[in-house]
Every structure is written in C-alpha cells, then in structure tokens.
Write a protein that binds this ligand. Sequence first.
Ligand SMILES: Nc1ncnc2c1ncn2[C@@H]1O[C@H](COP(=O)(O)OP(=O)(O)OP(=O)(O)O)[C@@H](O)[C@H]1O
Ligand SMILES: [Mg+2]
Length: 271
Amino acid sequence: MGSDPIHDVEEEVKEWAKQKKTEIDVLKKQEHFRREFLGNLSHEFKTPLFAIQGYLDALLDEDGLEDTEQALKFLKKASNNVDRMSYLINDLDEISKLESGALPINPTKFKINELIKEVFESEEIKSKKYQIQLIFKEKYNEPVYVNADRERIRQVLVNLIDNAFKYGKTNGTISVSLFGLHQQVLVEVTDDGSGIDEKNLPRLFERFYRTDSSRSRQIAGSGLGLSIVKHIVEAHQQTINVRSTVGIGSTFGFTLEKAKQAGFPGLPYSI
Ligand SMILES: Nc1ncnc2c1ncn2[C@@H]1O[C@H](COP(=O)(O)OP(=O)(O)OP(=O)(O)O)[C@@H](O)[C@H]1O
Ligand SMILES: [Mg+2]
C-alpha cells in the first residue's frame, strides 16, 4: 500500500496544531504567574507602605507630637515597616539574581558540621527570644566534608532554622541532623511546631506562598524564604523536601554533594 499524500499532510497539520496549542498553554501559564506575581508584589509593598503613611500622618497631625511616648511608639512602628520593605527588596533582588544566574555558585570543600555550629551560634539570640532549644544531632564526632557554596548553604540553614523558630512552639526544640547517603549528605531541620496541612505542601516553595494559618496568626514574613532556599539547593543540582504532620511538626531536608576526599566517616549514618 502506497502512502496517501492528503492523509500525510493532514497528520502534519494536526501535529503542528498540537505543538502550537502546547506553546499557547505554556504562554498562558506564564502570563498567569506574571499577573499573580505582580499582584502579590503590590500587596506586599502596599501593606507596610500604608502603615508607614498612617503613622506619619498621625505624627504630622496638629497635636501628633504632644504625647512624646506615643510619638516614639509610632516612629518605631513606622521604622519596623521600613525594615519590612527593605527585607522584601533584598529578597526580591536575591531571587532575580538567582534566577538570572547573576549569583553563581562557588563550591568549595568544607565541613558541614562546622557550618551548622556557626549558624547555631548566630541564632543563639533567637533561641532565647523564642524559648526554643537548638540541638545538633551529631552521630559521629568526625568532620563531614561537602562540596558546596558555603555562604549560600549558610543562607539555606538560616532560612530553615528561622522558619522553625517562627512556626515552632515555645519551649520546643529544633534539631539539625546529618545523614550519609551514597554520594550525598542529607541535612534535616526538624521542629515540633504547628506542622503544615498536607494540602499546602505542594505549594510551599512557591514565591509568596504562605499558609492561611501563618497569615491568620500574623507571623511576619512574605513567603519568599523557601523559594530562595529551593533555588540555592537546585543551583547545586541537589534536592529539598518537606514532610510534616499537623500538631506534631515539620522536617525540611536537603542534600549536598559529599566531598570526594577523605574525611567522611566510613560508616553510613542512619536515622
Ligand atoms: N517549619 C515550618 N512549620 C510550619 N509552617 C512552615 C514552616 N516553614 C514554612 N512554613 C510555611 O511555609 C510558608 C512559606 O515559608 P517561607 O519561608 O517561604 O515564607 P515566610 O517565612 O512566610 O516569609 P519569609 O521567609 O519570606 O520571611 C510560611 O509562611 C509558612 O506558612
Ligand atoms: Mg521564612
């Protein structure tokens, strides 16, 4: 049987139409994300901006400066909102640099145990503030060498630990554990806080995504931390995951490349 040229052309056109439809769907999705992003962005800026405006208006009011104590309180609140805006700008700057590749990853060989201890020291004040204990579950007292960008991994740890403080429970604990995998090291940050409903888990790493409970509890944040963390981990060709149970707590785990040279404990770590 010879081929039917009309049928062949028909198939080609169908294939072309299918391809175009896929392209249009991708563009529509991008447009949706762009609109959502701009909407979120203006909301995140408007909230502190209106607050600042409100406090300044109150101060500029006829007798706004008469009550000095009250005036100082308003100035402090206005200043907190300026801080909130500058954090937001920093985070956005960070995301756009990470996305455009303007912040290259510079891997070096370093001891992840040491970095964790350094981060714990810098988080001591928060540990007191939130009355949450930080525990490093070191299974072996040997250095664990990894190949990664030390400063970026510090940022990942700080973000995950800060979340564990914010969404953790008073008098609770945050533990960091290390596990040896075949060619990787798994770092886990576990809290015994509010936990996250299963339905929220798939969207947790999206820009600006925050769960309803963290919004309603008015915990400060703009929902950018975890998207920065994910970018950094993925820029290392590694992965990040979360598991959580409401009322019990959450565990965020990310992998790092094990440094090839000696220094890693012979025995595999186990949970
Ligand atoms: N350890 C955790 N326990 C419970 N919920 C969490 C935890 N970590 C993150 N979440 C939820 O995931 C959301 C997104 O986290 P993310 O770090 O991206 O943003 P944020 O902490 O709200 O703000 P930002 O980090 O930008 O200051 C949080 O708002 C919170 O709802
Ligand atoms: Mg955060």
